[in-house]
Design a protein around this ligand. Structure first.
Ligand code: TXA
Ligand code: MG
Length: 534
């Protein structure tokens, strides 16, 4: 099918779009929130084509758009009188209200539910098209299912060209995130999706409302979604998205500890600090963030990066909608860099005695985050197992157990393979380590000490306030490794050779602890604590 492009300002464009809709066709129509993919809401066959074009799951119902209050009574079983109060305050505008539906609404629109979602948009073009077509319009956002919603006609074209009859172009949408969805069927009313109308604003009209927990967290396994749209992956670029909480300084340091191939999705003026970035709105302004977030998520894929780290917006007011969309686009993957305790890293060559030094700090109330232990847990993560099998052969697991020695042999064959192993395990180790730091804080630890042989190459270096390295001369280290691991001198030498020289560790650390003579480390740790060097 050839998709027609009409400039909404051209005379006749609105009438032409209305004509297509009356004939059962699909038209992408601009609204103040996002572009909608419209069909005649009273024509089940036309509506079912929306699902086809978007690749939308059949059980996800659509919003019916009207241009005046008079159009509502035939669509619902009984008009809830609160709709008039809501209309007075927020319509036309970015609010969708759910009520019990009438027989007039085809099953295709409400996906078999007995309720219907109704909205009166404020965009003059949307209103003109509804009026000219003479029917209510069922319209979901005009994106391919799962992708970020479209806020420009070009976004619609990228997703739906050739699949729909027409795109009506009226420039950029002014709000940029979809409408607030509230159901009046429950008592108290339940906010299912935050949007341009805030919970506080709704409460001025409705009194106490409930905010669905699905706004903040993923649905529990087997839990039924009150709004089917809540359960699907949504707003997601192809790149893996993680939301980062914390100040800009923490964000910058953390991102810089990552290898290349990552995109910083940050606020205006911050992008220049990163090799690859996309900006979305001003740090202190939810409205500008809402306007540009979907465009920014689409731009992430244009950068070619396979991973994006997004600055977390403030979740107040309209910001709740931005935060909610980002939670969904990241599949609820959030990294919180705001720790309640200081975080230190401890590193050094093998045999230098990192564990000994950690246990000395533990006596002073520090909690050691042992990344070796975490790595063992990480290789039990199903996604990691899958990726390790793909990268190194499925025979590195037998009876569900990882053959660690064999994995090490294959992975340390070349730098490329070592990097591959790291790229699979480091993100999960990082996530688990950060979780452990937060828990340590809650449990009253004075500080967290990340014990990691490859700390300096890991993103975890980016969460450390200071880095300590433990050093010892080569002979001492050789003796310790042989004793600790029960291996001969040749094997011990090989291990030492596989690591970088001492200078590398000391030059990347803030504090050095020399650990050769008995008691030597104890004195230094005491001194560090006494002098408050950490
Ligand atoms: O701003 C908007 O609302 C845009 C523009 C085009 O108006 N439309 C939009 O539609 O975002 P859509 O289909 O992408 O999102 C509609 C949301 C979905 O999460 C859906 O599950 C929910 O509303 N919904 C629709 N009807 C419902 C119903 N009867 N009960 C519960 N949830 C419903
Ligand atoms: Mg949508």
């Amino acid at each position: 099918m050839k998709t027609r492009y009409l400039n909404a300002e051209d005379p006749g464009a609105v009438n032409e779009a209305a004509e297509i809709l009356r004939n059962g066709g699909l038209v992408a129509v601009p609204t103040e929130t996002v572009y909608g993919l419209a069909a005649n809401a009273l024509d089940g066959k036309a509506v079912s084509r929306i699902f086809e074009a978007k690749g939308r799951p059949q059980d996800n119902p659509l919003i019916v758009h009207v241009s005046s209050l008079e159009e509502i009574p035939p669509l619902v079983r009984k008009v809830d009188p609160r709709v008039y109060d809501l209309a007075e305050a927020f319509w036309p505008g970015p609010l969708t209200v759910i009520m019990k539906k009438s027989e007039l609404i085809p099953d295709e629109v409400c996906a078999g539910l007995d309720t219907v979602a109704i909205r009166m948009p404020s965009h003059p073009v949307a209103r003109a098209v509804i009026k000219a077509s003479g029917v209510p319009l069922a319209a979901p956002s005009a994106n391919a299912s799962g992708k970020p919603s479209p806020t420009r006609a070009s976004h619609v074209r990228d997703d739906l060209d050739g699949k729909i009859e027409c795109i009506l172009d009226a420039g950029e949408c002014s709000i940029g995130v979809e409408s607030t969805v509230i159901t009046l069927v429950t008592d108290p009313p339940n906010l299912l999706r935050p949007g341009g109308v805030t919970p506080e604003e709704l409460e001025t009209v409705l009194g106490k409302i409930n905010i669905s927990h699905a706004v903040y967290e993923s649905l529990g396994e087997g839990e039924k979604a009150q709004s089917p749209g809540m359960k699907y992956k949504h707003y997601a670029p192809a790149a893996k998205v993680t939301l980062i909480k914390g100040s800009f300084d923490k964000y910058e340091k953390y991102l810089k500890a990552h290898k290349t191939g990552i995109c910083a999705v940050c606020f205006e003026g911050e992008g220049k600090h990163f090799p690859v970035s996309v900006e979305y709105g001003r740090a202190d302004d939810s409205l500008t963030q809402a306007r540009s977030i979907f465009d920014a998520l689409r731009k992430v894929d244009e950068t070619g990066c396979d991973e994006a780290f997004v600055r977390c917006p403030c979740a107040d007011g309209v910001g709740l909608a931005v935060y909610n969309r980002l939670l969904r686009s990241s599949a609820f993957r959030v990294t919180d860099l705001d720790f309640s305790i200081p975080v230190y890293g401890i590193t050094g060559q093998t045999g230098a005695g990192k564990s000994t030094v950690c246990s000395l700090f533990e006596k002073a109330g520090f909690h050691t985050v042992d990344t070796d232990l975490i790595a063992r847990e990480a290789v039990r993560n199903p996604e990691v197992i899958e990726n390790l099998k793909k990268a190194f052969g499925s025979d590195i697991f037998s009876d569900g157990e990882l053959n660690r020695r064999e994995l090490a042999r294959r992975a340390f064959e070349s730098e490329e393979k070592t990097n591959l192993l790291n790229s699979i395990t480091h993100p999960v180790i990082t996530e688990l380590a950060i979780k452990e730091i937060h828990e340590a804080g809650k449990n009253g630890a004075k500080a967290a000490l990340i014990d990691a042989p490859v700390l300096l190459e890991s993103p975890l270096a980016g969460v450390c306030d200071k880095i300590i390295c433990v050093t010892a001369d080569r002979d001492t280290r050789l003796q310790r490794i042989m004793q600790r691991d029960g291996i001969g001198i040749e094997d011990a030498e090989l291990r030492i050779k596989a690591q970088r020289g001492e200078e590398y560790y000391t030059s990347h650390s803030d504090i050095e602890i020399r650990n050769v003579k008995p008691g030597e480390a104890v004195l230094q740790v005491e001194n560090i604590l006494k002098e408050k060097l950490l």
